[in-house]
Design a protein around this ligand. Sequence first.
Ligand code: AQP
Length: 334
Amino acid sequence: MNKPRLYSGMQPSADSLQVGNYIGALMQWRELQQSYEAFFSVVDLHALTQPNDPAELREKTRRTAAQYIAAGIEPSKSTLYVQSHVPAHAELAWVLSTVTGFGEAGRMTQFKDKSQRYGSDATSVGLFTYPVLMAADILLYQTDIVPVGDDQKQHVELTRDLAERFNARFGTTFQVPMPVIQQDTARIYDLQNPTAKMSKSAESDAGVLWLLDDPAVSAKKIMRAVTDSDGTVRYDRENKPGVSNLLVIFAALTGRQIPAIEDEFAGRGYGDFKKALAEVVTEEFGPVRARALEMLDDPAELDRVLAVNAAKAAEVADATLADVYDKVGLLRRV
Ligand code: AQP
């Protein structure tokens, strides 16, 4: 029997992924690839909605792919590819844009937030149609589930609406996907500002733990992480956001329950707890970092793996696109 399908991706928007990407996405992907036919993309077309240096974007794309593999995404089991290597993404996005309402796209809160932040002159049409491209990414693979953070839930809802609308108008074409939303504890916050999510594009580097950081640098960031004056290692998201965030990272990386960690550090100071967390982080990311850097030393081999996987992805994507072109009435090329 065929396995159900899963699609997810990340933008190559930094030289390294951060610990939130690892705990919130990569760890789940690694697990889910065992029971799903998984498609994991480095969504470089999405990254174009932000200003980029072209050479740097290429480098970040390779780095992101290398970190997927180093973190345990198996390119022989899952289809791990670069979005722009499969032209069907951009082509389906165009067709879907013709069934998307202008008002509907304008209601996307991420667009509203970002466009307000950038101002209308710096806001591109690409940023506006970003969710339509995301819908194309998902629908091309007849995806059953999309694991996303709650910030992306609205985009998956739009994807579902577009799939249902297209199916109703042109006959069943797309699987209608379900979002799988991470639990609250899978959200990692900035070490210096523990009420804001840890993010690749954070303004300050001090609050972000990068996967490719030197362990000594990560340890220093953890030792300097914002806590509180209460002195007890206890989970209380509301009153102790800094310590709670560190506990969530500790628990996620060790597979332990938070109460057991609280017990271990009862009566001990934050210094001890932070030191132990720095060791956990070093142990987890040391091998990931080494493996990613090793792959980046041989970009030709990495490019080869990505090309093989792009061909696998294109096989599925092209079949969906051909069906869509047919359904909407485009003349078949002979
Ligand atoms: N802090 C986080 N905690 C848990 N999960 C997180 N993710 C991101 N940050 C956290 C998850 O990682 C994936 C990355 O998706 P993305 O690269 O498309 O963009 P994003 O969600 O906007 O991530 P960043 O790191 O904040 O990137 P920038 O700064 O470029 O926007 C998603 O699955 C996300 O839920």
